[in-house]
Structure formats: structure tokens, C-alpha cells
Design a protein around this ligand. Structure first.
Ligand code: GLN
Length: 337
């Protein structure tokens, strides 16, 4: 009987990378003061025995870090392992446990480069497992539920936090002290309740199977950096980033990716020197940068990041630059992905 149910259940691999979902604090009252990336994957899985009713689950510890320390090499390593598993006949879905600080970056990266329609779910938690009202158990349960469901296939990389199913492309960490931390300007794709997914909309942007990018052909990622804008901003950071070898600079602009008149001449000069200038916005609820609206992008040969926040724009720029250094092609990619 047991063998029979095992056969019917989907096979889900949980790749662990660290973060608060693997965090531990000194007391149950420590919801915010704790060490991330302490608990191993076997212990995380064992803490939620109900996972066994959803899927045949096995875990792999890919790394054990807080996600603010993730490097491009870490991204490539994780991306390659996901691709290997996705190619394997006996894997139906993949879950990645991840720190929440850069979870949105990893989810978007995988969404761009994984050539599979199998569910890939990235999940984290806002409280360590040692805290009262820890959210990691349910988030992981929901992630495995979505990863093992057939109706999650072909929807791109997904994020399950706080009972919502979000598109890995759109979702962003909007607040760092609530369990309701992950939001998308365009709304969640669905909900997961008691292990069942309920879908409401589909991603419109190119991803996974429909993407022109493939982790298997990416050997390394170019240096793309972000410069933050504000009143009285100077051009020091932009110049320093270019000098240190950045192939593109994401302008984390105010409002509609606007650029201070104090910085415009520097950005023009950097573009002439071959650095790609990509205008994004750091407004909190979701930027929306229009071409030639605040700045004459055609004239300056700059790119706009569309609705991608600066950290997501960095991910797409890196992946895009592995294919082209043509600004028109980059702009096309920023509209399509
Ligand atoms: N809630 C979290 O996961 C934050 C912990 C840590 N800064 C990380 O991103 O890994």
C-alpha cells in the first residue's frame, strides 16, 4: 500500500541554500534577532512530516548562506543544479529554500535561464523556525504542494510566501519585518490553501521554455552594478563603478527613472565609452519607466528597465549581456522579459 502511494506521488527535490528559513535564534521571542543559514536540509524536511503526504521529497544542501552574500557564481551553480534535476526523468518539481533578501533576484534569474516546464518554486521565511509563529514550515509545505502539482507547470519560476503564489519575475520583498513581505505590483498569480493551489492569472512575459536564454550556454555573468539616486546625488558612484569594469550600470532612479541634471553628462560620457546605461526606478510599490519620457533615451542610446526594479534589472542585464551588447537588442529584452 505504501509503495503504491509513493508511486502516485510526485517526486520533489528541495535544494537548500540557507536564509532565515534555515535560521535559529536564542529564544522563541527572537523573531528578528537570530542567525540565518544554521539548520540543514534534512532537519528542515523532518520538521514538516506532512510533506510526505504531498510528494516523495528529498533534499540537497547546495550552499548554506544568508542570501545577501549570494554571488554570481552561486547563482550559476544553483542554476546548473536546477537544470540537471529538471532534465532528470524522476524529478517532477524543484523547490529552492532561500534567504529572502535576494530571493526575488534568484527567482527571476532562474525564470530567465531554466529550460523546463516543470515547477520551480523558490521559498523562504521571515521568521526563523525557532520563533513563535514561525512561517517557514507552512511556506515550505506550500512550496512542495505547488511543486508537485501538474497545474503549476509552464508558469515560470514561482514564489510561495504567506499563502500566495507569486511570479518569480514580478515579486519583490517590500517589507522586512512582516510575514506579508512579498508583493508584486501586478498581484499574485494564485493562492495555496491546505496544500491545494488556486490560480487566477498567468505571467505575460517570456520565461523558461519560451526564453532565449539557457543556463547550459552561460559560462559566466558580466559585471553589472547599481547606482542609487536621490536629491543632491553626485556622479562619484557611477564613475567608480564604470572604472571598476561594470559593463552596464543600472540607474536606480527616482520616480520614472529620472536622472539628476548633475549626473546626466557623466552618464552620456559613460555610454560613449561603451557602458550600457539602464534606467530603473527605486520607488517602493513598483516603478514603471517609460522610454523617452523623463530623458531622451533614443538620443543618448540608453535603455529603460520597464517595470523591473533595480535589482531585477541587474539580473536581466547580466543574462542579456551574455548574448548581445547592442542597446536596441537589450531594450527589446527589457520589454519582453
Ligand atoms: N528573512 C530572511 O531570509 C533574511 C535573512 C538573510 N538576510 C537572508 O536573506 O538570507
Amino acid at each position: 500500500k505504501e509503495a503504491e502511494t509513493q508511486q502516485k506521488l510526485a517526486n520533489v527535490v528541495v535544494l537548500a541554500t540557507g536564509g532565515t528559513i534555515a535560521g535559529a535564534g536564542a529564544s522563541a521571542a527572537n523573531s528578528a534577532t537570530y542567525q540565518a543559514a544554521k539548520v540543514g536540509i534534512e532537519q528542515l524536511i523532518a520538521a514538516v512530516p506532512q510533506l510526505g503526504q504531498l510528494a516523495n521529497v528529498r533534499g540537497e544542501q547546495v550552499m548554506q548562506i544568508a542570501s545577501e552574500s549570494i554571488t554570481n557564481d552561486n547563482l550559476l551553480q544553483l542554476g546548473r543544479r536546477v537544470a540537471e534535476l529538471a532534465d532528470s526523468k524522476d524529478v517532477d518539481g524543484i523547490v529552492i529554500t532561500h534567504g529572502t533578501d535576494t530571493l526575488e533576484e534568484t527567482a527571476y534569474f532562474l525564470n530567465l535561464v531554466e529550460k523546463t516546464d516543470k515547477p520551480i518554486i523558490v521559498v523562504g521565511s521571515m521568521r526563523p523556525g525557532t520563533a513563535m509563529s514561525a512561517d517557514g514550515m507552512l511556506n515550505l509545505y506550500n512550496a512542495v504542494a505547488v511543486a508537485s502539482s501538474k497545474d503549476a507547470r509552464g508558469k515560470g519560476v514561482l514564489v510561495t510566501m504567506n499563502d500566495e503564489i507569486q511570479s518569480g519575475r514580478d515579486v519583490s520583498k517590500m517589507i522586512n519585518i512582516k510575514t506579508e513581505a512579498f508583493k508584486s505590483a501586478w498581484g499574485p498569480l494564485g493562492m495555496v490553501v491546505e496544500g491545494k493551489s488556486y490560480w487566477f492569472r498567468l505571467p505575460a512575459k517570456r520565461h523558461t521554455m519560451d526564453s532565449e536564454f539557457d543556463i547550459k550556454t552561460i559560462e559566466s555573468l558580466p559585471d553589472v552594478e547599481i547606482a542609487y539616486s536621490y536629491g543632491n546625488v553626485s556622479d562619484t558612484a557611477y564613475k567608480a563603478l564604470a572604472q571598476s569594469g561594470a559593463k552596464a550600470i543600472i540607474h536606480a532612479g527616482t520616480g520614472n527613472g529620472s536622472v539628476s541634471s548633475r549626473v546626466v553628462p557623466t552618464l552620456q560620457a559613460l555610454r560613449k565609452d561603451g557602458v550600457q546605461i539602464i534606467r530603473s526606478s527605486h520607488v517602493n510599490a513598483g516603478g514603471f519607466v517609460l522610454r523617452n519620457a523623463e530623458q531622451p533615451d533614443d538620443k543618448y542610446d540608453w535603455v529603460v528597465a520597464h517595470d523591473l526594479n533595480p535589482q531585477k534589472a541587474r539580473i536581466l542585464a547580466m543574462v542579456a549581456l551574455t548574448k548581445t551588447n547592442d542597446s536596441k537588442e537589450l531594450q527589446r529584452m527589457f520589454w519582453e522579459y
